[in-house]
Write a protein that binds this ligand. Structure first.
Ligand code: AOF
Ligand code: ZN
Length: 366
């Protein structure tokens, strides 16, 4: 019975944590609920970096009622000074009777140390309940904090015969209007959207998050452009108030063009390693170092192919639209040499599929 109650309080804490989705990055999504004699006396979640952590918000609401309470937290409380002070010390000060933690914090600065410190202070601690939920909710954070690399999701739409465009490169639209709206919802959950320069030139997209659920959300737009072909009149430039635009290019690209782009407010990053193509691993490492914890790669097919070939994609959102395009020359989702044998193909795991309008959406992990 007690466990049942613990589960429901933790579930409440998870619902709170969900509110931070798309906002708290690069920090994790964390929620907390404080219960005293069966009454919820405090609750909260971590909104965004620099704002108080979840348990602090909940403890502040509970005030003196925190003493001898049970604290339910979706993630192990921190022990270190980051942008905010360590939560374990705040907990120890108010002395709850019991702290129920769902998952340990994969951050090496915190992992197991939060639990240890609380126990040393004589507070009863348990962990592990509903921890599977945390793996899914904080999949971005888990990769970012352990590898210092962004979580990479790929999103694309194909016809029933696996094409992403016709032989004349027409791709508007393969997926339905409702599916495209869903994609806008998805965009908001990521720190950055990435496309290759050919897609930018061909589609002249805005790459903004246009969904009522994400009012005020800024998303960084990343364009990989080895020769700085980025047009100075690209429509995306008019959307700088909705997020940075970053172009990754090579050392040998024109400094003059870079200057013209910088003048327009676009950031140009010259990658130090020289090669003929923008090195994707170098870009991801740069993003990780600069606190970009997640990227949604939207195309084109050359960028997606390189991402898949180099095994850099963590998750895919694939829309399959009930259309047959046909044509040997019409591009399919993957270019390149491809696998020789079926056993060499990339295989999706943990698949989830659902339907929007007439489209089928498949989500899965690599
Ligand atoms: C908690 N509760 O609500 C969150 C935690 O820079 P800071 O101070 O915001 O610290 C970020 C780190 O703190 C983050 O990497 C993770 O280890 C932890 N996040 N911890 O006790 C929270 N958001
Ligand atoms: Zn904390």
């Amino acid at each position: 019975m007690k466990n049942f109650k613990d589960i429901s309080y933790l579930q409440m804490a998870y619902s709170l944590a969900e509110k931070a989705k798309g906002w708290a990055s690069p920090n994790p999504y964390v929620g907390a609920v404080i219960v005293k004699r069966g009454i919820i006396v405090g609750y909260g979640y971590h909104e965004k970096p620099g704002k108080p952590h979840a348990e602090l918000v909940a403890l502040q609401m509970a005030g003196p009622l925190s003493r001898s309470s049970s604290a339910f937290i979706t993630l192990e409380p921190c022990v270190h000074w980051g942008r905010t002070p360590p939560c374990v010390e705040s907990l120890i000060q108010v002395r709850p009777k019991r702290v129920v933690i769902s998952a340990l914090d994969p951050n090496p600065l915190v992992f197991k140390k939060g639990v240890k410190r609380l126990r040393q202070a004589g507070i009863q601690v348990s962990s592990g309940l509903l921890e599977e939920k945390n793996k899914y909710l904080n999949e971005i954070y888990l990769k970012y904090i352990t590898k210092k690399l962004p979580f990479v999701a790929a999103k694309t739409a194909i016809s029933l015969d696996g094409k992403i465009a016709t032989k004349k490169f027409d791709s508007r639209w393969i997926s339905s209007r409702q599916t495209r709206e869903y994609v806008h919802l998805l965009r908001g959950e990521y720190d950055a959207i990435m496309v290759g320069i050919s897609t930018l030139i061909k589609d002249d997209p805005f790459l903004t998050v246009r969904h009522r659920n994400w009012k005020g959300k800024k998303t960084t737009r990343i364009i990989l452009d080895s020769r700085l072909r980025f047009p100075l009149n690209a429509r995306i430039i008019s959307t700088l108030s909705q997020g940075k635009i970053m172009i990754f290019t090579l050392k040998k690209a024109s400094r003059k063009k870079a200057e013209a782009l910088t003048k327009k407010g676009v950031d140009v990053v010259f990658l130090p390693r020289s090669s003929s193509k923008v090195d994707l691993q170098e870009v991801l490492a740069w993003l990780g170092r600069n606190e970009i914890a997640s990227v949604l790669v939207e195309g084109g097919s050359l960028l997606l192919t390189s991402m898949f070939e180099q095994k850099l994609v963590d998750k895919i959102f694939l829309t399959i639209s009930p259309k047959l395009i046909g044509g040997r020359e019409a591009p399919s989702i993957l270019q390149g040499d491809g696998a020789d044998c079926i056993k060499d193909s990339l295989v999706l795991k943990r698949i989830n599929s659902f339907q929007i309008d007439e489209d089928i959406i498949i989500e899965g992990y690599f």
